[in-house]
Design a protein around this ligand. Structure first.
Ligand SMILES: Cc1ncc(COP(=O)(O)O)c(C=O)c1O
Length: 450
């Protein structure tokens, strides 16, 4: 297996940084100006993570393409870290949104579109009752509150190195049998050990031990982890998760925000899962802010029978703009016209083509990495075998290597998500786009091992 020569990597990275600086004077100018009014020179801190030292500023995006303010066009495999999985500005979403924008954006009144979306989400995910939020984070926070209220139990179980949005309880990892805050956790309201039990994904014994404490209100789970590379469940793990949560009267939240890539009904439909609570956000409204949380009928009955909980006002659930007319119209248009079953049939083979292209490069240069696919999402990891949990995946993180590969691609018109070595397909992605990535990835790895 070829080893990475760190000196060579540092030299190549310097070369890519110079090339980026030379090609992006206008983005640089805007970034410097932004530093005077925006924290870190960006409107949202994650944007500081783009390769190159600063992000390119977008001029416009359409389908699978973004053009920046210096006039460079990119094949976009980042797709707004899944927010734009429907492609940039899909026509039906843009039209429905423009129409609704002229007819009442937010009125604190329901619109018929919201019913259509509830019915469609039920058809896809099998969960019968829905409420809407403005983000997946909000939907997860709501779900955790409801779960604690309904069970009367204090704790949430998560997987080490999961990500479910800026949800306090989820920034936890297991270290030597103890749940501790994940490195870098900002201003935690209380010690995460008080709110959370973290265990490794795919560890059934640890799951059983944690649930046997009787303290766990709910498991907050992605059916496949997607924020530390793609980590698929072992055969039988999802069945064990459902059986054990039922055995211990613990609720199960399936967060499909990223795993929606598996198909029109996410992993829940594809793998016949049976969650108590389902959360989804990001792509469902084509990039317009929206999230959704679904509950079983039994939980809804329990929720309304509970006279101690205020769901209608200041009980901690809901938001002024949530379920607004604009996001409802955008969700309907996106689900009805863009992210339907036919689109997935087109997107998923492209992710297979991407994974095969990456694998061929891994094999050619014998670099001992692996690539994993979940529907229309594929991702490579710097490990010989796919990780089975977040702890192993996190330990394989290689900042410089990732920076080099991302910047090398960006400098050649291919955009990858900053936090992942991930590529996502949208309905407008093409085989030629995928092959372009394979070619660029081949060049990057060839130069690295030369
Ligand atoms: C699985 C999962 N759930 C929830 C979220 C939160 O989404 P948002 O930041 O749009 O609220 C994310 C964000 O990356 C996610 O990956």
């Amino acid at each position: 297996m070829s080893a990475i020569n760190r000196d060579r990597l540092a030299t190549l990275l310097r070369g890519e940084l110079d090339r980026f600086a030379g090609a992006h004077p206008r983005s640089r100018e805007l970034y410097e100006r932004a530093g005077e009014s925006l924290i870190g020179g960006v409107p949202m801190p994650w944007m500081m993570r783009w390769a190159g030292g600063h992000p390119v500023f977008a001029a416009h995006g359409q389908g699978a393409r973004i053009v920046d303010v210096d006039g460079h066009e990119y094949v976009d495999f980042a797709l707004g870290d899944t927010g734009a999985m429907a492609g940039h500005s899909p026509a039906s979403t843009a039209n429905a949104t423009a129409h609704q924008a002229g007819h009442g954006i937010t009125m604190m009144l329901p619109t018929e579109e919201a019913i259509w979306v509830g019915e469609e989400l039920t058809r896809r995910f099998g969960v019968p009752r829905w409420l809407f939020t403005l983000s997946a984070t909000d939907a997860n926070r709501t779900a955790l509150r409801i779960a604690r209220q309904l069970t009367g139990r204090p704790k949430v179980l998560v997987y080490s190195y999961c990500y479910h949005g800026s949800v306090d309880e989820s920034f936890a990892v297991e270290q030597a049998g103890v749940t501790v805050a994940r490195e870098g956790n900002v201003g935690a309201p209380v010690d995460v050990g008080e709110t959370t039990i973290a265990i490794d994904f795919n560890d059934i014994d640890a799951l059983e031990r944690a649930l046997a404490t009787g303290q766990v209100a709910v498991v907050l789970a992605e059916p496949a982890m997607t924020n530390m590379g793609i980590i698929l469940p072992d055969d039988g793990y999802m069945t064990a998760l459902r059986d054990l949560t039922r055995k211990h009267d613990t609720l199960l939240i399936i967060d499909e925000t990223h795993t929606f890539s598996a198909g029109p009904g996410g992993c829940t439909q594809a793998w016949d899962l049976d969650p108590d609570i389902l959360v989804i956000g990001k792509a469902i409204a084509g990039g317009v802010p929206a999230g959704a949380m679904g509950l079983t009928e039994e939980l809804v009955d329990r929720l309304f029978a509970d006279e101690d909980a205020d769901y209608e006002d200041t009980g901690g659930v809901g938001g002024t703009l949530a379920g607004n007319a604009l996001s409802s119209a955008a969700m309907r248009a996106t689900l009805e016209h863009t992210l339907h079953a036919d689109a997935f049939s087109q997107m998923i083979p492209l992710a297979t083509r991407f994974a095969e292209g990456v694998q061929s490069v891994i094999d050619t240069y014998d670099i001992g990495w692996n690539v994993t696919q979940l529907g229309c999402r594929a991702e490579y990891q710097f490990l010989p075998e796919p990780a089975r949990n977040g702890t192993v995946a996190a330990a394989s993180h290689d900042e410089d290597l990732e920076h080099y590969l991302h910047l090398h691609a960006l400098n050649r018109g291919v955009m990858l998500t900053p936090f992942h070595n991930m590529a996502l397909m949208c309905p407008q992605s093409t085989a030629a786009d995928v092959d372009r990535h394979t070619q660029v990835f081949d060049e990057a790895v060839r130069d690295l091992v030369a």
